[in-house]
Design a binder for this molecule. Structure first.
Ligand code: CA
Length: 420
């Protein structure tokens, strides 16, 4: 029912809103000095699920009310997909045009908060964070620049979804500024390494999924079972310091080039909301091993963009890409992650890896867009960028559209401050 795109809400929702009745993503918000609670975005408002629960509108779902007034979504997600999908379906029902259960008393009962008055918080307490490297275009571009243009992909790349374990502690919410990292670098002409602010700070356009179920140490998750474990997705900017990265490890930089910060959007869009946007993934050749084979459409057609806004100036979109380009899908990523028995927890975050498309304007990092600094990117105010400068703000957006109805992620917006 929640994927019926002909349905409308009794609330007025702008046609270009990311948060249609068909979306209903979950997040954590607070207002004033009230305790944080679970919110659901709709139009330019936030549904206060704690108030819904307190007033009995969710009673039929048999969920402890206190779960809706928590600092994180973790306990809610751990209820399992059957329960959390039922909550979303019930909210869809309450806000659907023909329903009058709350329509007349929504204001009086404080069921809605204007989005501008809601302070968004980290939606999830992230336990572990893994970053994949699943875009063939990105891996080819990086391999071409840093290794061998004629042999850009390493021999394992088409056989398994490459990834590395990242740092959960420095994942921050959209709106949280980050300082330019300092570290050890060594240019090709330098005699010795030196220490100082990175000169090549970059973004990586990614999406991340959040897990909602444990498999227990020693147990695998099949590609078929994977979606029982995936609650939903957010936008993910995997900040990278290229000069630190090229000195500490080539081409994947899983340490100080990455762990100074990653930024996420505040709303987790469920797989239920993305059902309508499933699409086929790229043909995988050579054929993958049995445990990585899958059936059905496991990619998602989600338009993604990145804009740079200088301190004094407007936003310039520098990249338009799409999540559908991923060579390895999330089902395969989770199956591979657990093939050795690695255990998955509730609230883990799994980023896709930089999502580059096939065209030069669809590359998901400055490294690729400006091709290692050789083709500077022009901004609307006439300035050029090879990498991100101090006081630039990087803005990522993502949304899918069907029958004029949009299912979007909002944005992840981060300002890069000078080094401390
Ligand atoms: Ca990355």
């Amino acid at each position: 029912m929640t994927t019926d795109f002909s349905k409308k809400s009794w609330l007025s929702i702008a046609a270009d809103s990311d948060f249609s009745l068909q979306n209903l993503p979950f997040g954590i918000f607070k207002t004033g000095d009230k305790k944080p609670r679970i919110g659901v975005a709709i139009g330019d408002q936030v549904i206060d699920t704690w108030q819904l629960a307190k007033r009995g509108y969710l009673d039929e779902l048999d969920i402890p009310k206190s779960i809706f007034r928590k600092k994180y979504l973790n306990q809610f997600m751990a209820l399992g997909k059957e329960k959390t999908s039922a909550v979303r379906a019930r909210i869809f029902q309450l806000f659907e045009e023909g329903n009058r259960e709350i329509r007349e008393n929504a204001d009086q009962d404080k069921l809605l908060v204007a989005m501008e008055d809601a302070e968004m918080m980290m939606p999830v307490k992230v336990g572990d964070y893994t970053d994949f490297y699943s875009s063939i275009e990105h891996a080819t571009n990086v391999g071409t620049m840093f290794r061998d243009p004629n042999n850009a992909l390493l021999p394992n790349w088409r056989h398994l979804p490459v990834g590395y374990h990242g740092r959960a502690s420095s994942i921050v919410l959209s709106g949280t500024p980050l300082h330019r990292p300092k570290g050890q670098t060594k240019g090709p002409d330098d005699e010795a390494p030196k220490y100082g602010p990175s000169q090549r700070v970059d973004f990586e356009l990614e999406m991340a999924f959040v897990t909602c179920k444990e498999n227990g140490l020693g147990n695998q998750i099949s590609t078929e079972q994977a979606e029982e474990y995936i609650f939903g997705f957010c936008l993910f900017n995997d900040w990278s310091a290229r000069d630190i990265q090229t000195w500490e490890y080539v081409p994947l930089g899983p340490f100080l080039a990455k762990n100074f910060g990653s930024s996420i959007s505040p709303w987790i869009v469920t797989i239920d909301a993305l059902e309508a946007f499933r699409c086929a993934g790229p043909d995988q050749q050579p054929a993958v091993l049995d445990y990585l084979q899958y059936e059905g459409n496991k990619n998602y057609d989600i338009n993604l963009s990145v804009a740079i806004m200088p301190e004094a100036g407007e936003e310039t979109v520098v990249c338009n890409s799409n999540f559908k380009h991923m060579y390895w899908n999330v089902n395969q990523q989770l199956a591979h992650h657990t093939v050795n028995g690695c255990n998955i927890s509730v609230g883990d975050m799994y980023a896709s890896g930089t999502i580059s498309g096939p065209t030069e304007d669809s590359y998901g990092s400055m490294l690729e867009l400006a091709w290692k600094g050789t083709k500077p990117v022009k901004l609307a105010n006439g300035e050029e960028r090879k990498f991100i400068q101090d006081n630039d703000t990087v803005v990522m957006n993502g949304s899918a559209e069907k029958e004029g109805v949009r299912v979007g992620f909002g944005e992840v917006r981060t300002k890069l401050l000078p080094a401390k």
